[in-house]
Write a protein that binds this ligand. Structure first.
Ligand code: SAM
Length: 229
């Protein structure tokens, strides 16, 4: 499958600009930490579940690919074709060095557009939590449209109720979150089937945390023809 895409420029929403600047600023420190940290069993379990749903030589979109490792590089090593999207120029420069075979696009996840059914799989690992939460339904709808029928997406989201301005290795950064049930309902409303999900609370028994979700684009049955021809 050949992916078509439109580049609509860089972010203008101040909540997004702050995130974009943060990832440009921490490219070395954050990138180094992400690449060298041990991948948690939880992360690797869900990444493997995602990969087991892909055909060989799949077309994969990585939304918020960062500097390309470990996720995007791993997808390439498994023999798939990848389009990586990120709005941080510095992160993408790293990804270009690490993953020269990938098609890398500097764009805002909330603005980028692809042709329908372009991808067998989509990953958005720890990126959507940086989008203002009102944009989630539109992004979920895009993921459903961009996935081929039966395609699979692996997403992570923050779970909470509202915006959080904090810092990432000294750089101001922004997160936003819905309660878990709201995010799962929004995915269903977008036409995606939740195949599995796992919530990891920040504090034991707490309602805030990190949610990993595997969804599938289950084809919608064609409407029955009515009347006579
Ligand atoms: C926590 S990092 C995750 C990177 C990679 N997915 C990984 O798992 O290592 C979040 C990435 O999402 C990107 N990002 C955040 N919001 C974005 C947006 N609205 N559009 C494009 N990229 C975005 C950041 O620039 C950053 O590279």
């Amino acid at each position: 499958m050949q992916a078509g895409y439109q580049l609509r420029g860089v972010a203008v929403d101040p909540r997004k600009s702050v995130v974009q600047r943060a990832y440009d600023q921490v490219v070395d420190t954050w990138g180094q930490a992400r690449r060298t940290a041990a991948i948690s069993t939880r992360e690797s379990t869900w990444v493997e579940r995602f990969h087991s749903a892909l055909p060989s030589g799949a077309s994969v979109l990585d939304l918020g690919c960062g500097s390309g490792a470990p996720i995007l590089l791993d997808v390439l090593r498994r023999g798939h074709r990848v389009v990586g999207v990120d709005f941080s120029r510095e992160q993408l420069l790293g990804a270009r060095i690490r993953c020269p075979q990938a098609l890398l696009v500097q764009a805002d996840i909330g603005e980028v557009e692809f042709a329908a059914s372009s991808f067998d799989g989509i990953i958005a690992y720890d990126s959507l939590w940086h989008l203002p939460r009102d944009e989630h339904p539109r992004v979920f709808d895009g993921i459903r449209r961009w996935l081929a029928g039966g395609g699979t997406a692996l997403l992570t989201l923050a779970v909470g109720n509202g915006a959080l301005f904090t810092d990432l290795m000294g750089a101001p950064v922004f997160y936003d979150a819905w309660p878990e049930a709201t995010s799962l309902r929004m995915l269903g409303d977008a036409g995606l089937s939740v195949v599995g999900h796992h919530f990891q609370p920040v504090e034991e028994g707490g309602a805030e945390g990190h949610l990993i979700i595997l969804v599938a684009n289950t084809p919608i049955a064609a409407p029955h023809a009515t009347g006579t021809t």
